[in-house]
Design a protein around this ligand. Structure first.
Ligand code: GUN
Length: 286
């Protein structure tokens, strides 16, 4: 059986560190780090994510302000809100929960956020910084996945990492971070030929596609480290249950280590969001 990489335990350590650093920040600067979370519309999953982010922020001493906008809000109103938050000295981090309703231009909104307050790391300038190895704000889910890998493996150098999925939020930044950690990186996606045979070569396999239980034991090299980024809803005997992109039951018999869903990457994402908020606040003070 594979070792379970426990996201609850690892994220609790990180949150504890952030909470201690927030206390120090407040003592030094006399202000509280502030995170603005913008939620447009009433997508149920986004509502849950935003509620969790706001709750966790309060727990580590970060002030969080939620802005809830109607699903049919105009681009102009949303741009104006972002401009207001950019100019607010009490707000150090801004997060616009994605996806946005179809009539809004996501790229425009993300690039309207001040790069120094872009705690998601989605702004073009932060994307460029990551791609070229310069300092910047790094997307939370890939960052959390890297922390789990570093706690599991002594050295990532020279390992073959295969990333399934090429999204801007996870797949692409994950590949950049693995490359920075001296892995040999392969990206596979829906158009890849014989995806299973490529995945079977992986020492590190990261699944980030949003396709329920796509990865089965046949795709996994014995002893590999498997990071499951997927959060999918499965109906089991009429009950809603979360499951990942990896078939945990079969893969955990082959892998060396594996993250569960829930309780794996998910809690790491939120912890890193708060770490990024503190990092942004510290940078804005200097
Ligand atoms: N939607 C799904 N994941 C994310 C995330 O990490 N940040 C934001 N803003 N929206 C998301």
């Amino acid at each position: 059986m594979a070792t379970i990489i426990d996201g609850k335990v690892i994220s609790a350590q990180l949150l504890e560190q952030v909470a201690a650093d927030v206390i120090e920040f407040k003592a030094k600067h006399g202000i509280t780090p502030g995170l603005a979370v913008v939620l447009v519309g009433d997508d149920p999953a986004s509502q849950v994510y935003v509620r969790n982010k706001v709750q966790r922020a309060e727990q580590v001493g970060i002030r969080s302000i939620k802005h809830r906008l109607d699903a049919n809000v105009s681009q102009e109103t949303l741009n104006d809100l972002v401009a207001e938050l950019n100019a607010d000295p009490e707000i150090h981090g801004i997060l616009v929960q994605l996806p946005l309703p179809k009539h809004l231009d996501e790229d425009e909104i993300v690039d309207a956020i001040a790069p120094s307050k872009d705690v998601d790391g989605f702004h073009s300038l932060n994307v460029a910084a990551l791609a070229t190895g310069k300092p910047g704000l790094v997307p939370c889910t890939p960052q959390g996945s890297m922390t789990m890998l570093r706690q599991t493996l002594d050295d990532l150098t020279g390992l073959h990492a295969v990333v399934i999925g090429r999204s801007n939020i996870v797949g692409k930044p994950m590949a950049a971070l693995l490359l920075q950690a001296n892995c040999t990186v392969t990206m596979v996606h829906s158009r890849t030929r014989d995806i299973a045979s490529v995945c079977r070569q992986a020492d590190i396999l990261v699944a980030a596609v949003g396709s329920q239980k796509l990865v089965n034991a046949d795709w996994v090299k014995p002893g590999a480290t498997v990071i499951d980024v997927g959060i999918n809803v499965e109906m089991l005997d009429g009950v809603r249950k979360l499951c990942g992109d990896v078939d945990f039951e079969s893969v955990s018999k082959v892998a060396g280590a594996i993250t569960p869903v829930p309780g794996g990457v998910g809690p790491m994402t939120i912890a890193n969001l708060l770490a990024n908020t503190l990092q942004a606040a510290q940078a804005q003070m200097s």
